[in-house]
Design a protein around this ligand. Structure first.
Ligand SMILES: *Cc1c(COP(=O)(O)O)cnc(C)c1O
Length: 360
């Protein structure tokens, strides 16, 4: 059986270092916002090249607190892609803002820059873009639009740790890069975690205050805050894994290159372009007989996944919240298959998947 994902196997190379980190943390006996969080924040800021990194409890909170830091008014609008994971939309809703969805480009699966301007109104305050599957959005036209209309830019980097556009790392184009360290992500913890990166000292300070009950000085609360701190134990694990993030991304790239080269063209493969360094959080293909292809693979002992089976506009939770039609998004959700592309997969695994698929 070729598994789609196995987090035990992904983390196996790091077990000894995790144990050492955990035992040191236990010894220190300081479990909230301690040395580990501080160290990881410095390391991840350095990795991205940002001045500040603030660890938070999850990717969702990284997005939410970024929005909160701008002090937008209730009812202000935020533009985001219609085919994103639900968390992006939830962050906008929980901030009291209105999500306005823009269709993706069918070849990149990322927000279509040519369709953004038609959705801008007098209430639009920000773009929240998503570098889906580990591919950067097309940043030149997007940053141009932000300048032209004076919009803030938040990047959802939950799937794009280390991905680049024209040699610039994702998370560094906007005011905020928001990251998730959910266990399956390219930089995944052994539980929940997230972080925000920014160059702006005032915005960084706001996130720090929001994540810790709205207080700078213990028991003095300046704003209505949250409990959203990156866990001290997880931060220790993340420091271990961050050292290997480039390795993980290179490995996924090697597997993706095999698919790209050898998989027959009956399957629509992800776009490849020299301006983009993709990190393949997900390697998806598309096929009109999606479910048949998945079953065929499963009968050949190959597990796959679907990211995602239901487009946000068709989710029960979004009834009465999202209106309009999103045919591009729906087409992607109807036809996409995620193939094995994990850190523990070997080139032999991928060759097996390719040979089975090429016989379909
Ligand atoms: C995983 C993910 C999130 C949410 O991250 P959590 O850490 O699970 O809260 C947000 N956006 C995208 C695109 C994601 O893939």
């Amino acid at each position: 059986m070729i598994e789609y994902e196995n987090l035990g196997k992904v983390n196996k190379p790091f077990v000894e270092d995790y144990k050492k980190s955990f035992s040191e943390t236990l010894q220190r006996g300081w479990f909230i916002l301690g040395q580990n969080v501080e160290n990881f924040e410095k390391e991840f800021a350095a990795y991205t090249g940002a001045k500040y990194c603030i660890g938070v409890a999850s990717g969702l909170d990284a997005l939410l607190l970024s929005l909160k830091a701008f002090d937008f008014k209730t009812g202000d609008e935020v533009i985001l892609p219609s085919n994103t994971y639900i968390a992006t939309i939830l962050s906008v809703l929980h901030a009291g803002l209105i999500p306005v969805l823009v269709e993706p480009d069918i070849s990149t699966y990322n927000i279509d820059p040519s369709r953004i301007e038609e959705k801008i109104t007098s209430k639009t305050r920000a773009l929240m873009i998503v570098h889906l599957y580990g591919k950067s959005c097309e940043m030149d036209p997007i940053t141009d639009i932000c300048k032209k209309y004076d919009l803030r830019l938040i990047e959802d980097c939950a799937q794009s740790h280390g991905a680049k556009y024209k040699n610039k790392i994702t998370g560094r184009f906007g005011e905020f890069g928001a990251f998730s360290f959910y266990p399956t992500k390219n930089l995944g913890a052994l539980g929940d975690g997230g972080a925000v990166v920014t160059d702006d000292p005032l915005l960084a300070e706001k996130i720090k205050v929001f994540r810790n009950y709205g207080s700078k000085v213990k028991y003095y609360n300046e704003v209505v805050g949250y409990n959203s701190r990156l866990d001290e134990v997880q931060a220790g694990f993340l420091s271990v894994k961050l050292k290997k993030l480039d390795d993980i991304n290179r490995h996924k790239n090697k597997l993706a290159a095999l698919y790209h080269k050898e998989l027959k063209n009956d399957f629509i493969k992800p776009a490849v372009h020299p301006d983009f360094y993709d990190v393949y959080h997900i390697y998806n293909i598309r096929h009109p007989e999606r479910d048949k292809v998945r079953n065929y693979l499963l009968n050949n002992n190959i597990k796959t996944d679907v990211h995602y089976p239901v487009s946000p506009n068709n989710q029960a939770a979004m009834k009465g919240i999202i209106s309009g039609r999103y045919p591009v998004s729906e087409e992607i959700h109807r036809t996409t298959i995620s193939l094995p592309v994990s850190y523990f997969h070997t080139t032999e695994d991928i060759k097996k998947v390719i040979s089975v698929l090429n016989n379909y």
